[in-house]
Design a protein around this ligand. Structure first.
Ligand code: FES
Length: 567
């Protein structure tokens, strides 16, 4: 093996600067107890840690950071851990998505402003992964990502429970009176029973897997459960590898190419990944000047079968997926659909990385010859109701609703929906299309995960478990049902969704990728001419910055001024 060629380090601009400030920076860093030779040409590696006790999914990342440090020091680097804002999905109001761009800015500016030669990104919960990738892509300093891994499967009275997906199903049983208060309390104690992020193919599992598909993690790193000792071993190996990456000058812009995003989209379809991946991949690509259109997602979806038998699209949990071979096994199976030449953080290609992978359970990771679904998880819909697109997870939808014509019942806002959904006199039946407005990037604001509108109690009592639901909100990756989300442009900026009224007919045709409001164009124009936007939710601070600069869902909801400039 040839030794890496030593080159001038970025950090030398701080520590080798002649005059007072070079001296002062060395002296101030030595106040942390480092020896004088720590500056002798060693790469300084930042460990960008999204640890927080306000984010349970990432609360074990201090331990992961210690393992990364072992690797960095043993490879001849200097490890310096630093915090950024962390986004705890369950706790941030109105939604963590409001703050993804803030975290991305925090990550980018920390990497750029500090004397770092390379960075290890520690993430887990939904938005922390895309935020770190967006920030690292913009800073373009060598970077490797180490996710915290999924939590162990929930266990309740002999049943294995997937956080999110099964919680929502059991909640419907609880609302319908089939689960007692005491049982519900018991479930609360054992559905999320270890460190780590949600244990189904929700947004966290999707985004960490897609980071691996993009080439930004070591092979096999994304899916190791948080509680498995191999998680720390992978962290240590990542620490060693980033030091080599610095000497190789292997940066995100070398890895995150258009072909790599094509691979990530393909993997997302084969995984039945979260609909949120569409927004995040568009945003990450935008940081590199790569425009991903929604049509590209649909083109890839049509040619990529669903192979991962993991909830909410399948039966198993992330733990099972890892034991079956994890992402390398899945990527090996779909290698004919991938660009195997793409470069990864290993310095090798995707093809080389997965060549030795093996699947040990073909029911969890299906062979191409026996897919769960002929097409990928995500379908992109267009029509007069969504001229710039809308998204549906077709593999988690009810087959009998994929072609549906029904009358709309409209909620103007999320609070109105919450107040009225369980009214006994709600004029809905199993054919109704529930429509909710003002939940988009500006309307939410922050495009909350409100798209999984609950089934009205009166219909639950009749055994109805799914309805067509349409909104400009997002949906949790752990959710299921015939739920159309990301309608663009959103209603709060006068998109056609704003024109829908209770009683209007709507056609959803997933095979034809159509979403139509059956109202004459002239009437839609007349209604939209009378549209007045809701008052802004913020008049100061970060909220105001968000409202003034956030782009629509089909453009990734990034801030317009954060996209890469072609110049
Ligand atoms: Fe963090 Fe689900 S709440 S991944």
């Amino acid at each position: 093996m040839s030794l890496p060629v030593k080159r001038e380090l970025r950090s030398s601009q701080w520590f080798r600067e002649p005059g007072y400030y070079g001296f002062a920076r060395r002296a101030w860093l030595r106040s942390e107890g480092f020896a004088a030779d720590v500056f002798e040409g060693k790469p300084i590696i930042g460990i960008c840690n999204s640890w927080s006790e306000l984010n349970n999914c990432n609360a074990h990342l201090r331990q992961v950071a210690e393992a990364v440090k072992r690797g960095i020091w043993s490879a001849g680097g200097v490890a310096l851990e630093f915090p950024t804002i962390s986004l705890g999905e369950m706790f941030l109001k109105p939604t963590s998505m409001l703050y993804r761009n803030l975290m991305a800015m925090d990550v980018e500016e920390c990497i750029r402003a500090y004397p770092l030669d390379g960075v290890v990104l520690l993430c887990g919960c939904d938005k922390t992964t895309p935020a770190q990738l967006m920030g690292a892509a913009s800073a373009d300093v060598p970077a490797i990502l180490v996710p915290g891994g999924p939590m162990l499967a929930g266990q309740w009275r002999g049943r294995r429970l997937g956080s999110g997906t099964d919680g929502r199903k059991l909640y419907d049983d609880y609302r319908a009176g089939r689960i007692t208060e005491a049982e519900w309390c018991e479930i609360e104690g054992c559905i999320a029973r270890s460190a780590g992020h949600c244990t189904v193919m929700g947004t966290a599992s999707t985004m960490t897997s897609l980071a691996e598909a993009l080439g930004m993690t070591l092979p096999g790193c994304a899916n190791i459960p948080a509680a498995d000792s191999r998680r720390l071993a992978a962290a240590e190996a990542s620490g060693r590898r980033i030091v080599e990456m610095v000497w190789e000058d292997l940066r995100p812009s070398h890895i995150l190419t258009r072909e790599a995003f094509g691979n990530a989209i393909t993997v997302n379809m084969a995984l039945g990944g979260s609909t949120n991946a569409v927004i995040h991949l568009v945003a990450i690509a935008g940081r590199l000047g790569i425009e991903l259109s929604l049509a590209e997602f649909d083109r890839i979806s049509r040619r990529t079968p669903l192979l991962a038998n993991v909830k909410p699209s399948g039966e198993y949990l992330m733990e099972d997926f890892f034991y079956a071979g994890g992402l390398p096994a899945l990527m090996k199976e779909i290698l004919p659909l991938l660009d195997g030449d793409c470069l990864t953080v290993t310095g090798r290609s995707v093809r080389e990385n997965v060549s030795q992978a093996a699947c040990s359970n073909p029911d969890v990771i299906r062979p191409l010859s026996q897919p769960l679904h002929a097409e990928g998880g995500t379908a992109i819909l267009y029509g007069n109701l969504a001229p710039d697109g809308a998204v549906l997870k077709q593999t988690a939808a009810s087959p009998h609703l994929l072609r549906h014509r029904g009358r709309a019942y409209v909620f103007e806002t999320y609070p109105q929906m919450q107040a009225e959904i369980d009214r006994e006199d709600l004029a809905v039946d199993e054919t109704t299309v529930l429509v909710m407005k003002n939940c988009g990037p500006k309307g939410g604001p922050g495009m909350p995960e409100w798209g999984h509108i609950p089934i009205p109690k009166k219909l639950l009592a009749r055994g109805v478990r799914d309805l067509v639901r349409i909104s400009d909100a997002r949906m949790s990756g752990t959710s299921f049902g015939t739920v159309v989300v990301h309608v663009a442009p959103e209603s709060a900026v006068g998109g056609p969704l704003a024109a829908v009224r209770t009683g209007d007919e709507i056609v959803l045709d997933v095979p034809a990728r159509r979403l139509e409001l059956c109202v004459p164009d002239e009437e839609i124009r007349r209604r939209l001419a009378a549209f007045t936007p809701p008052p802004p939710a913020y008049d100061r601070g970060y909220g105001r910055l968000f409202l003034e600069h956030v782009m629509q869902a089909n453009l990734g909801c990034d801030f317009d001024f954060l996209r890469a400039r072609r110049s």
